[in-house]
Design a protein around this ligand. Structure first.
Ligand code: SF4
Length: 140
């Protein structure tokens, strides 16, 4: 199966604790997280810097851009590019789910989120850093 995930959501997945923008969005994120945590080896991830599976379930999705706030589209795009650059992956390319997880474990530390996720409203909850730490302890 194939999932379409935008750059910055590749990190959100690991800290997701059921918070989100609407029940539909939370349900979709829960399914994405379940896929990432599964033992299935056939899950492919198409990386994007644009709407992804989570955005299509989000109440803030506009016609062509994120409309959470006046500056949100520019903000989420900059997060996407920061995360893709850090993981050394490219929008439009397809990666195996386990390859993305390995790159995350190898290249991302919890304190990196202060830069990679700068400006994200969820960062201050601390769950995203915890999620990255838990992933590294589980995989390394
Ligand atoms: S807030 Fe914007 S970037 Fe985030 S999931 Fe919703 S539409 Fe996508």
């Amino acid at each position: 199966m194939k999932r379409v995930i935008r750059g910055h959501h590749l990190l959100c997945i690991h800290g997701f604790k059921g918070m989100g923008y609407s029940p539909t969005f939370v349900d979709e994120m829960s399914e994405i997280v379940k896929d990432f945590k599964s033992n299935r080896e056939d899950i492919e991830i198409e990386v994007r810097a644009s709407f992804d599976d989570a955005c299509f379930a989000c109440p803030h999705k506009g016609e062509t851009k994120c409309e959470k706030s006046k500056d949100s589209n520019q903000h989420v795009l900059s997060l996407d590019h920061r995360v893709m650059n850090h993981l050394d992956i490219k929008a439009g390319e397809i990666y195996n789910k386990d390859e993305i997880i390995s790159l995350t474990v190898e290249k991302v530390s919890p304190h990196d989120l202060d830069i990679l996720c700068d400006g994200c409203s969820w960062l201050s909850f601390g769950v995203c850093k915890e999620g990255i730490q838990d992933l590294k302890e589980k995989i390394q």
